[in-house]
Design a protein around this ligand. Structure first.
Ligand code: NAD
Ligand code: ZN
Length: 609
């Protein structure tokens, strides 16, 4: 049995014009309704059928299916009838466009009647809800329905039916909820049959079926939706949505996404073209964001193998990514291409990987990247994005965040849509990394492990990844007797595992302070962490000693005295930025962190760096 949902959507609703295009939590009402219907997984297809160019385009833009009605129609059923006339379907469900919270339960109920013993008799099915309040029973805006003992509709009315002559007789009143499931023939008949007097006087569409002797089976559903009929309804709906989101965020056990596809091994970068091929959409290009360090590396560029109108953008990683930079790249891509890109591929270190993630997100979300700095603020799925690290340590290839410097904060876009859809881990790509840089970025991984393993958020999940990554760092940086090839492969794995470890816990003191340093002085992440970690023996005693040993062993210079003579105002900004990273402090120092990490203590620490 082929079952489809049809959402009739008229732009100019009489009571609240344009209501279907009003914003509901960042998306138009009609898009929310469409997504809710789709998310029930009850339908083979979901369509919006509309008279409006604007609604049509909005649905298509959001990856949905829309149909333009050809003729003028008086009602939703006519609009649907026209659309399904030539379709091969058995059951058509009419979902109201202004019911964005359409529940799966209600739709399931209305469809379930077609599995019942009297299914053959049913021309269409609809829903009813119990009502108890006399004010509602007598309200002409509320359509009542009365049924026989098998729940077939006898009549629909705006009057209170039945009339309660005997006030002591018990009676359950039902309100009609217009979620219809039609057999295809029933809706086509409706379209052809002229309106009769009962329908005309009550102004209730479904009476037409009764007048022509059709059987309407009613299912009972007591779930409450919110219809958007007035601007007040919209305000209420926005509130409900916010509450729902809050519940999702505050779940005790976070439901983290992971990178769904990853390929690993020396030389595996050659598979890039074949990995991308199935993701290519007609005229939509792939955009490659590549670290500028590879600009003259002809061999690597040949291996990227851009096709058709694909675009290579070489980007400097001298500075860490900024929200303004993300916005600019998105603007340029939108200006150059009519089609949304098939994908964004970041090839480089943490800087380029974060930029690629942010650009992919912002290509399908409105406004500026700065609007999404924080936890779970992203609304729409990102464009397909691929990460190819060319230096190991940050874990940016696996993480759920992109670290961005914005106008007022340095904070990642943390969301379920941030992680890459595909990662290519080719250790050979890291061959050219300069020694100091190799160390700084590698230490980012070491510090991730230390902060995760010593944090209060630690759990078996983060511990297992953190311990493995820590051990790998020991092999690479302390024992120091691996072949170059082994060391490259192992550092790539350490980076991945370190990233996984903090995904399920959090980083700590070094990261919080390093963000402050970076915001004010532009110090890059890896080196900034090293500068800070060098002074954190009070917090991580054993590991700071180990760190100093590694610094010596590898002959690396850690910059000193950056803050000694800094303007007091700048130190205060550093402190503000560091203190704003509440989850990091909670992980590092527990719930009482504010009494432990005072401004004075932070000031003294910064002055030593
Ligand atoms: P990076 O991307 O800034 O690169 C460092 C330097 O190495 C650059 O000069 C770059 O050109 C060079 N380089 C990279 N690959 C090379 C290669 N194969 N050969 C020669 N040179 C090469 O450094 P990074 O330490 O990887 O990344 C730091 C960034 O990552 C920061 O912006 C930080 O905020 C971010 N980060 C993000 C996360 C996350 O989870 N999203 C975690 C940690 C850090
Ligand atoms: Zn880090």
């Amino acid at each position: 049995m082929k079952i489809i949902a049809m959402i009739p959507a008229r732009y100019g609703a009489s009571r609240f014009p344009g209501k279907l295009m009003q914003d509901l939590g960042g998306k138009p009402v009609i898009v929310r309704t469409y997504e809710a219907a789709k998310a029930t997984n009850l339908f083979d297809e979901v369509y919006v059928v509309t008279d409006s160019e604007v609604i049509f385009q909005e649905i298509e833009l959001n990856g949905g299916k829309a149909i333009m009605s050809i003729k003028e129609h008086d009602c939703g059923s006519d609009r649907i009838a026209e659309a399904v006339e030539d379709m091969d379907v058995d059951i058509v469900v009419n979902v109201q466009g202004d019911e964005p919270f359409t529940s799966k339960e209600g739709l399931e109920q209305v469809l379930s009647v077609f599995d019942g013993p009297d299914a053959d008799k049913i021309d269409l099915a609809s829903l009813m809800t119990e009502i108890h309040d006399w004010k509602e029973i007598s309200d002409p805006n509320c359509v009542k329905v009365i049924v026989d003992k098998e729940n077939f509709a006898l009549y629909f009315s705006r009057s209170p039916v039945p009339y309660p002559r005997d006030k002591n007789a018990s009676m359950q009143y039902y309100k009609h909820k217009g979620i219809y499931a039609f057999r295809k023939q029933a809706i086509l008949d409706f379209y052809r049959l002229p309106m009769r007097s009962l329908e005309a006087v009550e102004k209730i569409e479904c009476i037409r079926y009764l007048e022509y002797g059709k059987n309407i089976k009613m299912a009972i559903s007591n779930t409450q939706g919110i219809e958007i009929d007035t601007p007040e309804d919209l305000i209420r709906a926005n509130k409900v949505l916010k509450e729902e989101n809050k519940v999702a965020v505050n779940n005790k056990y976070r439901n983290f996404p992971m990178v769904p596809k990853v390929v690993f091994g020396p030389g595996c970068f050659d598979q890039l073209t074949s990995i991308l091929a199935p993701q290519r959409k007609d005229k939509a290009p792939f955009i490659f964001l590549v670290d500028e360090v590879f600009k003259n590396d002809k061999e690597l560029i040949d291996r990227i193998n851009p096709r058709f109108n694909d675009k290579l953008l070489f980007i400097s990683s001298d500075e860490e990514p900024k929200t303004t930079q993300v916005d600019q790249v998105v603007k340029d891509v939108k200006a150059e291409f009519t089609y949304k890109p098939s994908g964004i591929i970041g090839i480089g270190g943490g800087t380029i990987l974060d930029l690629a993630k942010a650009v992919a997100i912002m290509l399908s979300n409105k406004g500026s990247a700065a609007d999404y700095q924080g936890w779970d603020l992203v609304k729409n799925k990102a464009v397909y994005h691929v990460g190819v690290p060319t230096i190991s340590g940050t874990g940016a290839e696996v993480s759920r965040t992109t670290v961005l410097t914005g106008p007022v904060k340095k904070l990642g876009i943390n969301s379920d849509f941030t992680p890459f859809d595909q990662v290519i881990l080719d250790p050979d790509l890291t061959i050219g990394v300069p020694q100091n840089q190799w160390f700084y970025t590698g230490m980012d991984c070491f510090i991730h492990c230390v902060e995760s393993l010593n944090g209060t958020f630690l759990n078996a999940f983060s511990q297992s990844y953190g311990e493995k990554a820590y051990d790998l760092c020991m092999e690479i940086f302390v024992e120091n007797d691996l072949t170059d090839e082994d060391a490259r492969g192992k550092l790539m794995m350490a980076s991945w595992h370190g990233g996984m470890s903090i995904a399920y816990s959090q980083v700590g003191v070094a990261h919080a302070m390093s963000y402050g340093l970076s915001y004010v002085l532009g110090t890059k992440h890896g080196i900034g962490n090293c500068i800070v970690f060098d002074h954190l023996e009070e917090f991580y005693p054993k590991d700071v000693i180990l760190f100093k040993k590694m610094v010596k062993e590898h002959g690396v210079e850690i910059p000193k005295d950056l803050c000694k003579d800094l303007d007091p105002d700048q130190i205060e900004i550093m402190i503000d930025i560091a203190l704003s990273l509440v989850p990091l402090w909670e992980n590092a120092l527990g719930d009482d962190w504010e009494t432990i990490m005072t401004r004075d203590r932070l000031r003294a620490l910064y002055r030593r760096m």
